[in-house]
Design a binder for this molecule. Structure first.
Ligand code: PLP
Length: 396
């Protein structure tokens, strides 16, 4: 019999009742160190007092009015994002997938309004993940995601990750944009080098294309800059944001330059819930922390400390791990054994890690994790790797 919850997930038999900082408490009382943060969502950890306060204060005043009216919290958050980034304007969504939908629509509308309705094609990369809507799965294009969901939305050209010549060849008269994650999350923590991002910006400028960055997973301070593309010294035309921006409240956004957004006039897009007072009150509080220069420099310091220790774990447990990859607190351990075995063993050692493509285990902790949390995570990972190694050598 089908379960009452549609079974689209293979869920671990873990059920958490509450959390605090980097820790999650299971129904049976066990305390798990959370190095997954709900897949890069809980940027300020669990039950952060300032976020709880922002949410409950707003909840006592006003939850929802719809976008038919002015929403001061929405305007304040949009102002803050515009002030802190390349963007001139922001549209709020409830998820990364919805941000992808709008990014695609915005690019196509831009060209349509410019008198080039034929420029509907968007070049994307293998291993990408942009969400689960029809546009997002078409953008990613992997067999696994689109199989059985045809007809697949047309207008996406897929290039192999790292194939720089391929991208030039993929750009044609009908290309309007290039879309990529500066660091692929679901694809296995694969970082696009700075010089490649610079090359894509150059190519877009040269050919008059829009550069769309998906910073749903790698943005909001995760790499130690507010957004990952800042490391490369470039700016996109359109950017998708979600996950960390709400710290656990469902919130997403599309940020854009005035030029890229020029086709999006009244009536061209909308959302009942997007940018509601609750979400934006929380988002404003998240921004207060995450956009702070001292907070970001702490992220970089902690990321350096974690990475250094992970490198030595990899060197010690070379029969389990192959390499550390990623940037800041968006790290991946490429595994020698199946990554799902490692994640399972992490659970047995009361450590939360997240599997990804390319046989990688992701570590995406709250950005607020402490030095003690880092030491404990490394200790638990060390014990996990020893257990995995012993198991893999045990006679069947
Ligand atoms: C890079 C990226 N884009 C888009 C999405 C989709 O976001 P959501 O699950 O909030 O719809 C995700 C989710 O994992 C993601 O990692």
């Amino acid at each position: 019999m089908i379960p009452s919850v549609l079974p689209t997930y293979n869920r671990a038999p873990l059920s958490f009742t509450h959390g605090e900082g980097s820790w999650l408490v299971e129904a049976d009382g066990r305390r798990f160190l959370d190095m997954g943060a709900g897949i890069a969502v809980n940027a300020l950890g669990h039950a952060h007092p300032a976020l709880t306060r922002a949410l409950t204060e707003q909840a006592g005043k006003l939850w929802h009015v719809s976008n038919l009216y002015q929403i001061p919290e929405q305007e304040a958050l949009a102002d803050r994002l515009v002030e802190a980034t390349f963007a001139d304007t922001v549209f709020f969504t409830n998820s990364g997938t919805e941000a992808c939908e709008l990014a695609v629509k915005m690019a196509r509308k831009y060209w349509s309004e410019k008198g080039h309705p034929e420029k509907t094609d968007i070049v994307t990369f293998s291993g990408s993940f942009h969400g689960r809507s029809s546009a997002a799965i078409a953008a990613a294009g992997s067999e696994k995601m689109v199989k059985g969901f045809g007809p697949v939305l047309p207008g996406f050209t897929h290039v192999d990750w790292g194939d720089h010549e391929g991208i030039r060849d993929a750009v044609t008269e009908t290309t309007g944009a290039i879309l990529l994650e500066p660091i692929q999350g679901e694809g296995g923590i694969r970082t696009m080098p700075d010089h490649c991002l610079q090359g894509f910006r150059q190519l877009c400028d040269e050919k008059g294309l829009l550069l769309i960055l998906d910073e749903v997973q790698c943005g909001m301070g995760r790499t130690g800059k507010l957004f990952a593309h800042e490391w490369a010294g470039i700016t996109p035309d359109i950017m998708m944001v979600a996950k960390g921006i709400g710290g656990g409240f469902p919130l997403g956004a599309v940020l854009a330059t005035e030029e890229a957004a020029s086709g999006m006039t009244a009536g061209t897009h909308g959302s009942t819930y997007g940018g509601n007072p609750l979400g934006c009150a929380v988002g404003l509080e998240v921004m207060k922390h995450v956009a702070d220069a001292d907070f970001l420099s702490e992220v970089r310091r902690k990321a350096g400390a974690l990475r250094q220790r992970l490198e030595s774990i990899v060197a010690t447990h070379y029969d389990v791990f192959e390499e550390v990859r990623g940037h800041g607190l968006m790290l991946g351990l490429k595994c020698v054994v199946p990554n799902t075995d490692v994640v399972q063993a992490c659970y047995e050692h009361e450590l939360i890690a997240v599997p990804a493509g390319d046989n990688v285990v992701r570590l995406l902790p709250p950005l607020t994790l402490t030095d003690e949390d880092i030491a404990e995570a490394v200790h638990r990972l060390d014990r996990t790797a020893t257990a995995v190694s012993l198991k893999s050598k045990a006679p069947a």
